[in-house]
Design a protein around this ligand. Structure first.
Ligand SMILES: [Zn+2]
Length: 477
């Protein structure tokens, strides 16, 4: 089945057909490195990691890149506050960002993280093209984009031009329109600065300053992808003005439409119903969550809702995701330790086949991870139940089932821990055998006492079936 995707540009579900055969070029707006990354960032990068995994698993030849914004107003302001240089501050937080991304295992699909400071010359070239094509003008030492010249400016956001004025944050005396945005900003003393030469009205002029935020991304993507590419992703709050400005820059500079075929936006994350902010003290860093929870818990949490949906983050959500993940690991443990028989009726094989088909169908339809997870969860429950019911399973059937389930888990980024493989010590085996004997002899008081002991002292959960005892380690994650 072909993949379908919701395109913000058309506001519709569309068939996913890349521009060039099987090749998919994908760019996701990355981090501005002026502080530690928070769980809202984790949602964006985990959602796109799952999307990238599914595209690759579906056979597409994906090239996935992200930017690192290391030149920007927030970095300059924070560096001044903390008495360091913008460059030092940016490198420090970039390093910590990379640690967080490794911990979340989202670097696995990203082919390159590109720093904006490495793309100053492509920025210059693009500004020159915009000047030559009549879309940019000089104001003092700055260069601005002339929004009124670009007819499709509101196409992505669906806003009216007069609404845009309310969103503008770049006040400057002498701009042609309030919503015009900076392509190049003159630097004040002490700020990071590059010198570029632009030809204005046939004359070469030198501009000392730094790129505007929006042009960093289009300069980069032109360098790696050319004037057009397949997927641009990011958080929903970047839709306007950032992504609208990217379209305006690229289409006006290179004269090719569409700049990007599919625009994909990730729903906002709130904490206990409110937007995260430092002043509200509800700013939750990725590294704080990971001190207490395994990264797979966060990955599961963000896959239990659709990437386009808003997620309201609460402590309960973390603990219920942990419990859910642990339950799934316990099913994996029961499956991997199930007694093998010479023959079977293929019951487990059939469950896995249905689970895998349901998972794939859900992922194909706009990367519907909650639906895909419901197939994975109910399939694992059915397998656990089948084994408890004494359903025979052959060694080959077990191997195939495990490999298929781990494959689905890998798309979501779970089941990489090997805890489910852990067996029993000889002491634990003896205790379980002794308890089974007590049960057979009808000594339920003693056998219940031993079950509690196994649970509390050894962390082993026991479930009795008419075919014997099924056990698994209680805390697998
Ligand atoms: Zn961006």
């Amino acid at each position: 089945m072909a993949i379908k995707v919701y395109n913000t540009l058309s506001r519709q579900i569309e068939d996913f057909v890349p521009m060039n055969g099987n090749d998919v070029k994908m760019f996701v707006c990355g981090q501005t490195v002026y502080d530690d990354a928070h769980i809202g960032h984790a949602k964006v990068y985990i959602n796109f990691d799952v999307i990238a995994s599914w595209l690759r698993k579906s056979g597409f030849n994906l090239k996935y890149v992200q930017n690192i914004t290391d030149v920007e107003d927030k970095i300059i302001a924070r560096a001044a506050e903390s008495g360091t240089t913008p460059e030092e501050l940016a490198r420090h937080f970039e390093e910590r960002f990379m640690e967080d991304m490794s911990a979340l295992n989202v670097k696995r699909n990203v082919d390159a993280y590109m720093r904006s400071s490495d793309y100053i010359d492509p920025v210059r070239q693009q500004i020159q093209l915009l000047i030559d094509n009549g879309y940019a003008y000089v104001l003092d030492g700055d260069v601005y984009y002339d929004v009124a010249r670009f007819a499709d400016y509101t196409k992505l956001s669906g806003m009216k031009l007069d609404e845009l004025v309310r969103h503008r944050i770049e006040p400057k005396e002498g701009k042609r329109n309030q919503y015009d945005f900076a392509l190049w900003k003159a630097s004040k003393p002490g700020e990071p600065s590059w010198s570029i030469k632009l030809i204005i009205g046939g004359k070469e002029r030198e501009f000392s300053g730094r790129p505007g935020w929006h042009i960093e991304d289009t300069a980069m993507t032109y360098s790696v992808f050319g004037p057009q590419y397949d997927v641009h992703g990011g958080a929903l709050e970047l839709l306007f003005p950032h992504h609208s400005n990217e379209i305006a820059q690229a289409e006006a500079a290179f004269g090719k439409k569409p700049f990007v075929k599919y625009w994909m936006h990730v729903g906002v994350l709130t904490v206990n119903g409110v937007k995260m902010s430092k002043s509200l003290k509800n700013f939750i860093r990725i590294r704080d969550v990971l001190e207490e929870y395994d990264a797979e818990v966060l990955r599961l949490l963000f896959s239990m809702s659709h990437y386009r949906k808003e997620v309201d983050f609460t402590p309960d959500l973390l603990s219920s995701s942990k419990k859910q993940l642990n339950d799934m690991y316990s099913s994996l443990s029961v499956l991997s330790h199930a007694a093998e028989s010479e023959e079977s009726q293929g019951v487990v094989e059939k469950i896995v086949k249905e689970m895998s088909a349901g998972f794939g169908e859900a992922m194909d339809y706009d990367f519907n991870t909650p639906e895909a997870m419901s197939h994975l969860i109910s399939g694992l429950n059915s397998i656990k139940k089948a084994i408890k019911d004494g359903t025979p399973i052959t060694s080959a059937e077990k191997g195939a089932a495990l490999s298929s389930i781990l494959g689905m888990g890998s798309v979501i980024g779970i089941f990489s821990r090997e805890s489910y493989k852990k067996g029993l010590s000889s002491e634990e085996k003896d205790l379980i055998a002794a308890r089974e004997k007590l049960r057979k002899n009808g000594d339920y008081i003693q056998s219940d006492r031993m079950r509690d002991e196994l649970e509390n002292r050894y962390g082993i959960s026991i479930e009795d079936t008419q075919y014997g005892t099924v056990w698994y380690h209680r805390d697998l994650i």
